[in-house]
Every structure is written in C-alpha cells, then in structure tokens.
Design a protein around this ligand. Structure first.
Ligand SMILES: [Ca+2]
Ligand SMILES: [Ca+2]
Ligand SMILES: [Ca+2]
Length: 388
C-alpha cells in the first residue's frame, strides 16, 4: 500500500506477509513435533484416541492453573462511560488470558469501557521492567478492508504501583485528522502506545498461540522502559519494578492529544468505545533471568528505528535460528528485517542496529515484532508500531 516510495525490502516484507497464512505461526507456537503429534492423534478415528486427547488437554490446563497467573486477577475499578453495550459491562471479562477471535474476528470475552470509561485491573504477579516488552493489552480489534488494516477503538494504557499514582504510556497517532469513518479501518501501526489498534490472535481456550510472545499473540505489547523519564517515575511515585495495576482509559472521539500533540481519532465514532479482553504480564517479579537475552526496538528522537539485540552471556548465547519476526502479525524473516538495518555498534554482549534514514516519515506504517531465545531457553521479545 505504501511500498512505492521505498526500497525493495518493504515490498518483500509485504508480499511475504500477505502470501503466508497463520499456519506457520501456529506450528511455531505449538512446536512442529507437537503439531505433528496432534495431527496424528486427530487422524485416529477411535473414540479411545479422542478420549486420550481430551485427557491430555485437561492435564495441560491443570498444569497451567498451577503455574503463576500472569493475567489480570482482580478488578480494582470500573467506571463505564456512556453507550457501553449492556451485554458487555461485566468487568471480570477482562480477567484471565486473552480470548482473541483471530486476525479477522473480534473477541467477545470482553468488557466495554463506554465512551471515556475507565477500567483498572490488579494482578497476583508483580509486573516488572525486563528486557523488551513487559505487558500485553488485548482489546478486540480485527482486520477489516485488508490484511494490514484494523477496525480500531482505542484506549490509553496507564500503570501504577500503588493504585493511586498512574503513568501513561507515550502515544503516537499517525492516522488522518478525523472524524474517521465509523465502519472504516486504519493500518496497523497507526495507534502507537495505545491499545485497540491490533487484532488479538492468542486465545487461551484453544491454547494454540503463545499469549506471552508478541510476535504471534496480537494485542499491544508495551515496554515499561518507555516510562523511565516520566516525572512520576523519576520522583519515585511509580516503581517500574513493582507494577501492580494497569488502567485502560477509553479515548473519546477527538478528545485526547497524543504525545506529539496530534488529536487521536479512531473508528468508534461518537458512541463506540474500546473493549478490553485481557492484560498479560510478560515480565514479572521472579520470572526474569539476569542471564536472559534482550530485544529492544525504539524510535529515537531523530525518527530512526533502533534495534538492540543482546545477551549478558555474550551474543554467541543467542540461538539465531530462534529469531522470529512478524510484520502486521504475519510471519516474516529476520533476514528480511535485517535488510532495513545497518550495524551501528557491536560489543561482545550487544549489537545495535538502526535504519540508515529516519523511519518516521518513510510511509512504512506497520506493526513489527521480534523475539529470540538463548541456549538456556530464556526469551525476549519486543513490538513496535511504525508510524507513517
Ligand atoms: Ca521492558
Ligand atoms: Ca477476556
Ligand atoms: Ca543468556
């Protein structure tokens, strides 16, 4: 859609992105061996094999239940705004894992914020700032009018240590001046730092897609490090290593400005609002290894895309074959991403790559995500929304 002004690599990304299906993503999430095993079991027609498979699923769910709950576990506050659909005003629908409807379907296990409404969720785990993305907010956007375009109703995302003092993720709206068509769509990448601008693929009911991996999960994966310079963080009111609350604030049509002074518009019109499915902790206290890798995307002050890849044990500890990339939630390859970056600096433990020219203003609007694991199995991932 925007490829003509740019190098061949983005055409490669787009064609690859649109030509593939989600199957490789699903296979990667489940593991090829597991996928083959499941296929084999599913192909057996005896009721015994179906019963065994059912028992295996129950066992897997039991194991999950015994693990630390990394999803929201309590509703601290819910103040729905006007026009919240009465069928979707149960805030406990935002507890537990995401129940996404896939790329093209909006999930229904949701709570509507109502216009300008707010919802604050609490957690059993303490969310912390680890390497890369730390939490994922799942609204229920879905593709509409094309594989990279989303019907979006967006909300601001805020975090708090004490439930009183909140800091808001910086936002970057890169769509047109509204009002936008209420049944239209915007490119993925339009709603940086907000939730609601991306579909939700992960669904804990089916269990096929890892809800903790932003490359495949969908939803907005946010990095607490982006809040490091916020006055409330600097003066200690909010501790990025002890986040206990996440608050979602619906964006009424044309009311809020983003961090760059642009009015934020979405497709909710005057009456629609964001619908929250789940909030997921990627990094939590006790769950971050000091020896784990780091993936960190950033758009720097000059508009360049910067990627840092590192591992405290040395770059050789990274499993290069595990580098996984998605563009607009479609699988791509690291080599394709690599073509848009030049090596800026390399130390034994970190490589810094960046675009040769500013990516802001390049018209490449997209959602980009990358993950890697090290030889011990620790994973880091980050997601970034590239504006126009
Ligand atoms: Ca982080
Ligand atoms: Ca839900
Ligand atoms: Ca390591």
């Amino acid at each position: 859609m925007t490829a003509t002004r740019h190098g061949g690599w983005i055409r490669g990304l787009r064609s690859r992105a649109t030509a593939t299906t989600l199957e490789p993503v699903l296979e990667r999430a489940a593991g090829p061996k597991e996928t083959r095993r499941l296929e084999k079991e599913l192909s057996m027609s005896s009721s015994l094999s179906r019963a065994l498979l059912g028992a295996a699923c129950v066992t897997a769910l039991g194991t999950l239940a015994g693990a630390q709950n990394r999803f929201a576990t309590s509703v601290a506050q819910y103040s729905p705004g006007p026009n919240a659909n009465p069928s979707f005003v149960d805030p406990t629908r935002a507890l537990g894992g995401p129940q996404g409807g896939g790329l093209a379907g909006g999930g229904l296990d949701i709570v509507a914020l109502g216009v300008g409404g707010t919802l604050t969720l609490g957690f059993d785990v303490t969310i912390v700032d680890g390497p890369g993305a730390d939490l994922t907010v799942s609204e229920n956007g879905f593709t509409f009018g094309g594989p990279s375009s989303v019907f979006a109703e967006v909300a601001l995302v805020e975090v708090s240590t004490d439930g009183v003092n909140f800091v808001r993720f910086p936002t970057r709206y890169s769509g047109p001046v509204g009002p936008l068509p209420p049944f239209g769509s915007s490119d993925m990448g339009t709603f940086g730092g907000l939730c609601g601008g991306l579909p939700v693929v992960a669904n804990v009911q089916s269990g096929l897609v890892d809800p903790f991996d932003p490359v495949v999960s969908g939803g907005e994966a946010l990095d607490l490090a982006e809040l490091a310079n916020d006055p409330a963080v600097v003066n200690g009111l909010v501790d990025l290593q002890a986040i206990h609350f996440v608050r979602l604030v619906d964006v009424p049509e044309g009311v809020f400005l983003d961090s760059f002074g642009n009015t934020i518009w979405d497709h909710g019109g005057a009456t629609g609002s964001a619908d929250i499915d789940a909030v997921t902790a990627i990094h939590y206290a006790g769950g971050v290894s000091a020896a784990g890798p780091e993936i960190d995307f950033e758009i720097d002050a000059n508009g360049f895309l910067v990627l840092r890849i590192g591992d405290p044990d040395g770059l050789q500890d990274l499993v290069l074959s595990s580098l996984a990339v998605s563009i607009d939630l479609q699988p791509s390859s690291f080599n394709t991403l690599r073509q848009m970056l030049v090596l800026v600096q390399r130390t034994p433990t970190q490589a810094t790559l960046a675009t040769a020219t500013p990516i802001v203003g390049a018209g490449l609007k997209m959602a980009l995500a990358l993950s890697v694991r090290d030889h011990a199995g620790h994973v880091s991932a980050d997601q970034i929304l590239i504006p126009d």
